[in-house]
Design a protein around this ligand. Structure first.
Ligand SMILES: Cc1cc2nc3c(=O)[nH]c(=O)nc-3n(C[C@H](O)[C@H](O)[C@H](O)COP(=O)(O)OP(=O)(O)OC[C@H]3O[C@@H](n4cnc5c(N)ncnc54)[C@H](O)[C@@H]3O)c2cc1C
Length: 667
């Protein structure tokens, strides 16, 4: 094998483009259901649509075998509340999320997730994913159920989050989709939705895309379409050469699904939500440094002298034993766990944690830096489960962390993992690797919990258009949630497709999109590249739609995005299909940026739950603004309406979660 350096030294130049170039060639694919984005949500949507008897195609930006945030694995599955050991019901879980967020999360989506999350996981087991301790490696552990051999995370009493051996979960769902005959088209970046008559707001009848290897153009015609393209982390943070864009985000998270939906007239909510851009920040590789969060929940943290930082319950009481860290305290009903797509958890459902005033304690000299994670202070079963089973299966940790550290001699029985040394504020949260020392304090994640506004069918306001996933939809969550919403949306899309009329695409709309998609090939070669443009978009969003904003800054942001689009981006040149794909993503990022800013302009009030701070409307949480503000484009102009937070339990829906679910689930 020749390395890159050897090649360059030998040839003195970069290699030729390795794929045949066929710019302009049009491929047309007709299918009942088109799934845009082949991450875990997309693959599950395709599988359930295919099982329902529909013909299905997936258009995927990378390669569906490993693509997306879930492509590198998973170690715990949230929302499996109907598993035989759980003491939590779908309604309890849904209300816990909804109440924690003061109503700013899609309760109906949560209910769907918790009603089907366990069944969705059982299907994973059928696909060959290990979800039980079948080899009895952890027999006798307090996180294991002896009868079912299921293992649980976070709350060992209420048992609704399942630890799973998910390092190859994506490969398994990909193979299942292939086995069912799903037409998987990899390396396609989708650029637009096709609508009946080419009209914004009309029925969706397919999509267009460009192959990022050959440059060929794709026209998909579909009776139903499911968007499952994940998040938009490149909107607020872009630094691909360091861990930033590639740590918890994904380089392909360019908000394309949101952009094409917005441009087609789909409705969104809570896109104005913002918050510290922690998990997309300039942190360390995920789970690589000492910490006590998520996969490492419960791990003892010690200081430079070996003095242990106490663990506290949610009421500020110090926990005396390690076992107590995994149990709810008196006064709590159950603990929800973190990383489930909500940004605030009510005390009643919060996890035990290390003290929130740790930065202050460090400042006072109570503890001495650096801090370390000392796994040796855990029971042997817990230690082996965290640095073994979990780090061995979690996304992006099996090879980079578990394998590399183990081969380098790291032994959790006696070695400690050092936490980053950083400004003391960085210790506010025990996920230390994410809040790295260089995280700019202004870095914000936009559109945190916002996304497509969906109904009880997980359908958008546009006929024929459904959505699923963690970060694309309002009310989404993480890995299990993405599988589950994908599975549900695929099923509903297939049911619609069975009786839907043929998808007739508008030729003028296709032609216009083809011209737009290829325009970067015709520009002067003096133009700047996609990376500079992406960095500029990120800069504009951070500066003008950052933590503190007002009407003037937001309008400046809109103007600057538009200037960028009509000057530098319009003049940018793509020298190959890869650059073309990335430039097209910059167009999408600008569309999502406009959506976020317009949603921010519409909310003329500050809101603590959305972490939304309007300097021109400084009153926090005025009751008259306690509502959703769905936003969509009508004839190219943003239109905003008002919607009660509990809209999913009001007319035309039933006032009861279970009744709505039964009516819409299609079971
Ligand atoms: C390191 C890491 C560890 C994690 N650990 C856990 C965990 O233990 N538990 C948990 O619950 N969650 C975990 N998560 C989160 C979880 O992986 C995600 O929530 C989940 O994978 C989201 O799935 P998705 O299908 O919605 O989106 P994604 O996985 O992001 O998939 C979106 C897909 O769409 C494709 N796409 C994007 N744009 C286009 C386009 N224009 N055209 C075509 N295709 C496109 C992408 O290539 C991608 O394949 C982790 C995430 C990471 C990064």
């Amino acid at each position: 094998m020749t390395t890159w350096h050897e090649y360059i030294q030998r040839n003195g130049t970069v290699p030729d483009w390795p794929y045949p170039l066929n710019y302009g060639k049009v491929n047309e694919i007709v299918t009942d259901v088109l799934v845009i984005g082949g991450g875990v949500a997309g693959c599950r949507a395709a599988i359930s649509a295919a099982r329902a008897g529909a013909t299905v195609a997936i258009a995927e930006r990378g390669h569906a075998k490993r693509s997306g945030a879930g492509g590198a694995g998973v170690d715990h599955w949230h929302g499996a509340v109907t598993n035989p050991c759980s003491k939590v019901t779908p309604e309890m879980y849904t209300r816990a999320c909804y109440d924690s967020m003061g109503g700013y999360t899609g309760g109906h989506v949560r209910y769907i997730i918790t009603s089907e999350g366990w069944d969705t996981l059982l299907e994973c087991e059928e696909m060959g994913i290990q979800i039980r301790d079948v080899n009895d490696e952890f027999k006798g552990a307090d996180f294991r159920d002896e009868e079912t051999k299921l293992m649980f995370a976070y709350d060992y009493e209420n048992r609704h989050i399942v630890r799973v051996w998910g390092y190859d979960i994506k490969v398994r769902v990909y193979k299942e989709a292939k086995r069912l005959g799903v037409n998987i088209r990899n390396r396609i970046t989708i650029t637009s939705l096709l609508t009946e008559g080419g009209r914004q707001g009309a029925r969706v009848v397919g999509a267009t895309g460009v192959n990022t290897r050959t440059g060929e153009f794709y026209v998909f015609r579909s009776k139903a379409t499911v968007i499952a393209t994940g998040g938009a982390s490149r909107l607020t943070n872009f630094a691909p050469e360091i861990t930033a864009s590639g740590s918890m985000g994904d380089m392909n998270s360019a908000g394309v699904g949101q952009a094409i939906g917005w441009n087609a007239g789909a409705e969104f909510v809570c896109m104005e939500q913002s918050g510290p851009g922690m998990l997309t920040g300039h942190g360390y590789a995920p789970y690589s440094m000492g910490n006590a969060s998520n996969t490492y929940h419960g791990t003892p943290i010690v200081d430079a002298d070996g003095k242990e930082v106490p663990w506290m319950d949610v009421f500020g009481r110090e926990l005396k034993t390690v076992e107590e860290r995994f149990l709810p305290s008196e006064g709590q009903r159950f603990q929800l766990g973190i990383g489930i797509g909500i940004t605030r958890t009510a005390q009643e459902f919060r996890l035990n944690d290390i003290p929130v005033d740790l930065p202050e304690r460090l400042r006072r000299g109570e503890f001495k830096l650096p801090l370390y994670a000392d796994l040796s202070r855990l029971s042997e079963l817990e230690r082996r489960c965290i640095f073994g089973m979990m780090v061995g299966n979690e996304g992006k940790t099996r090879i980079p962390i578990y394998d590399t550290y183990t081969k380098a001699g790291f032994d959790p029985d006696k070695d400690m993992l050092q936490a980053p040394v950083m400004p003391l504020e960085g210790y506010w949260n025990a996920c230390y690797w994410a809040a790295g020392p260089n995280t700019p304090p202004t870095l914000r994640g936009m559109g945190g919990g916002g996304g497509f506004l969906l109904d009880w069918d997980l359908r958008t306001n546009l006929e024929g258009l459904y959505a699923a996933s963690g970060s694309t939809i309002f009310g989404g969550g993480c890995h299990g949630e993405s599988h589950t919403t994908g599975r549900y949306a695929g099923r509903r899309a297939a049911a619609y497709a069975m009786t839907a009329p043929e998808p007739v695409a508008d030729r003028a709309q296709i032609e216009a999109e083809k011209n737009r998609a290829y325009s970067a090939l015709k520009q002067d070669k003096a133009g700047i590249g996609w990376k500079e443009i992406n960095a500029a978009i990120t800069r504009i969003m951070n500066d003008y739609c950052g933590k503190h904003k007002n009407e003037v800054t937001l309008n400046h942001g809109l103007r600057l995005l538009n200037e960028l689009k009509t000057t530098e981006l319009a003049a940018a040149f793509a020298s190959n299909p890869h650059e073309l794909g990335r430039l097209l993503e910059c167009h999408s990022l600008i569309s999502v940026g406009e959506l976020v800013i317009k949603a921010s302009l519409a909310r003329k009030a500050s809101n603590s739950i959305l972490d939304f701070h309007r300097l021109d409307y400084p009153d926090m949480d005025p009751p008259e603004w306690d509502k959703l503000l769905p936003i969509r484009q009508v004839k190219g102009r943003a239109e905003v309406r008002e919607l009660p937070l509990d809209f999913h339990l009001r007319e035309p829906y039933a006032p009861d979660y279970e009744e709505n679910y039964r009516k819409h689930a299609g079971l």
